[in-house]
Design a protein around this ligand. Sequence first.
Ligand SMILES: Nc1ncnc2c1ncn2[C@@H]1O[C@H](COP(=O)(O)OP(=O)(O)OP(=O)(O)O)[C@@H](O)[C@H]1O
Ligand SMILES: [Mg+2]
Length: 259
Amino acid sequence: MEIIAIANQKGGVGKTTTAVNLAASLAAKRKHVLLIDLDPQGNATSGTGLDKNDLELTMADVLLDGVSLSDAIERSPAGFDVIGANKELAGMDVTLMGHTNSHELFKTAVADLVSSQLKSSKDAYDYVIIDCAPSLNLLTINALVATDGVIIPMQCEYYALEGLADLSQTIERLTELNPKLHIRGVVRTLYDARNTLARDVSAELEAHFGDLMYKTLIPRNVRLAEAPAHGLPVIAYERWSKGARAYQKLAAEVIKQSR
Ligand SMILES: Nc1ncnc2c1ncn2[C@@H]1O[C@H](COP(=O)(O)OP(=O)(O)OP(=O)(O)O)[C@@H](O)[C@H]1O
Ligand SMILES: [Mg+2]
């Protein structure tokens, strides 16, 4: 089981779109996938067709009340497993302030999930994909402490480069708590090849990250923006759209890294 966090503290760069569509594309390649929403906005939850305000159990119950991850798993209409989130998760920073090991709650929950899957005859997950909030708060730290690798979606614009130092620093600092933690890859999102600045920033990212850049470019594609309104990953909404094909290519790259 590989745990991958989709993180970037910058807002609106395509984290959720990447988490949902990477999960769906991996599932389409017969991988056993669990998508976990760790953002109180609950976008990944609604993007997979679940009603975020009408869930029996969410990540808030897991992190604040000690409910097990396996009890909170929902089968999404999109065809893979999801653990949802909603605004109940928003108070977590305040609620857990001063709580010892507050940064390890998610890691403990994941360890329990792994051992319960080993005990039962259930198929273990190949991939657990975590959608993080646009912040380096306690929730994101919980994700990074439990994660093997981080995928960073980046929009190729000037400010993208500014936030990068903070995220790299946080990842560096957290390797003390989680020696496995590393950047698995950087994916360029909302990409418009006609835009000169996008091409320049893209080249700068390549110079900085080298092999850590995924070759797949995720284009700006209206189908990717429409699909969540139907509660579907793009692959189920418009299978042959540019966006759907790009995320399938990205999934192939991610699988190749696992070998
Ligand atoms: N490749 C794309 N083409 C077109 N629209 C996109 C693409 N990627 C994302 N979008 C749209 O851009 C907006 C922001 O994307 P998304 O919600 O995935 O970003 P995010 O990083 O998760 O945001 P937040 O930081 O708020 O969690 C959404 O409306 C989404 O539908
Ligand atoms: Mg999001």
